[in-house]
Design a protein around this ligand. Structure first.
Ligand SMILES: *Cc1c(COP(=O)(O)O)cnc(C)c1O
Length: 359
């Protein structure tokens, strides 16, 4: 028996999620955000699946991610680098940097002018994140002098929502208004606005290019309301061992669980080193043939333990489901761990065998 867990990734569901978002965003285009190795799921498989579904614009965070993605996808689709190219560096001509400051604008425009060939780029305006993008003062300087853009071939002007997952947050409408005002003061450019949740906020957030990430991977872009996306993930693992313990015996580090009855405890080779967060101790649960097997004791580095007293048919080597299907979704686990589904996905470890298929 191979004791390692298998992370099943449904590429057809990812493609269907992209099509669902593309239909919402039409006539605008929809990109695929595949930074951080497609949120931990494997950009080498996810990006070609998105491309086959019709996606022609991709976003990564790092230059190095973009270089690998270009090799994966070949020439053609736009690959934009959200964090831009390092100051003074040429970057990579096959990739499009996001210009995140007036300094970025100056240096890329100057490079384009001196090469006699306009440099492709995206222009990022900060409208409320205070993270990356030209701030209000820089936007005003650009608005006052459009010649600063000579030497640039700007494919899109973009901004990023801070609170899109809270539909009623006042900052959403504020950012939409700031973005509209800032764009009106610049030469006419195509716009890129909504992330996953932004696509569900209404027509004020429509643009020429939306940039969803998490929703492609099945995370609920409308927290608090039913998830409109298809589930993408299932984490399965075999039972390594099963032992009987008497009432009063404890399980795991810190003896945090004490059996109230004679119990059967199953051990699974998944732990916090695999991204099964330690804060899920006592909070997780596995699915097995219609039963939910509660997790007991602490999550340790390489192992978790389940109370399988109520599943007498379960034997070592049988497979239980830890995420997806009848088991908690990434969003469920995130809520229990005090985090967000994004962190559950991007924490998935290298020891999981990733299996790509449908269903
Ligand atoms: C990560 C990111 C996205 C995608 O956000 P989701 O919430 O995952 O849809 C879009 N735009 C920018 C600038 C990002 O950093």
């Amino acid at each position: 028996m191979d004791p390692s867990a298998i992370l099943h990734i449904d590429l057809a569901a990812i493609a269907e999620n992209w099509r669902l978002l593309a239909a919402r965003a039409a006539p605008g285009a929809v990109a695929g955000v595949v930074k951080a190795n497609a949120y931990g799921l494997g950009a080498d498989r996810v990006a070609p699946a998105l491309h086959a579904a019709g996606c022609r614009h991709f976003f990564v965070a790092h230059l190095a991610e973009g270089i690998v993605l270009r090799e994966t996808l070949g020439p053609g689709p736009m690959i934009a680098v959200l964090n831009g190219f390092a100051p003074g560096a040429d970057g990579d001509a096959a990739l499009v940097p996001v210009l995140n400051s007036l300094g970025d604008v100056h240096s890329h425009a100057a490079a384009g002018r001196s090469a006699g060939q306009a440099r492709r780029a995206l222009l990022h305006l900060d409208t409320g994140m205070a993270r990356l993008g030209l701030d209000a003062a820089e936007q005003a300087r650009l608005a006052a002098d459009h010649s600063l853009l000579a030497g640039l071939d700007l494919l899109y002007v973009m901004t990023h929502l801070a609170c899109a997952d809270e539909a009623d947050h006042a900052l959403n409408t504020e950012q939409a208004a700031r973005f509209a005002r800032a764009c009106a003061a610049l030469p006419k450019l195509r716009r890129s606005f909504a992330n996953s949740s932004g696509l569900f906020l209404g027509s004020d957030y429509a643009s020429d290019l939306s940039r969803p990430g998490c929703a492609l991977y099945g995370i609920n872009p409308t927290p608090g309301a039913p998830n409109p996306m298809r589930q993408v993930l299932r984490l399965e693992a075999p039972v390594l061992q099963i032992r009987d313990i008497p009432a009063g015996a404890s399980v795991g580090y810190g003896a945090s669980f004490v059996a109230a009855r004679p119990s059967r405890i199953a051990t699974i080779a998944v732990g916090y080193a695999d991204g099964y967060l330690r804060s899920l101790s006592g909070q997780g649960g596995a699915a097995y043939r219609g039963l939910i097997l509660p997790m007991v004791g602490r999550v340790s580095m390489d192992l978790i333990t389940l109370d399988v007293t109520d599943a007498p048919g379960l034997v070592p080597g049988d497979t239980v489901t830890l995420i997806g299907g009848a088991a908690p979704s990434p969003d469920d686990l995130a809520a229990r761990a005090g985090t967000i589904g994004y962190e559950i996905l991007t924490s998935f470890g290298a020891r999981y065998r990733r299996a790509y298929g449908a269903g």
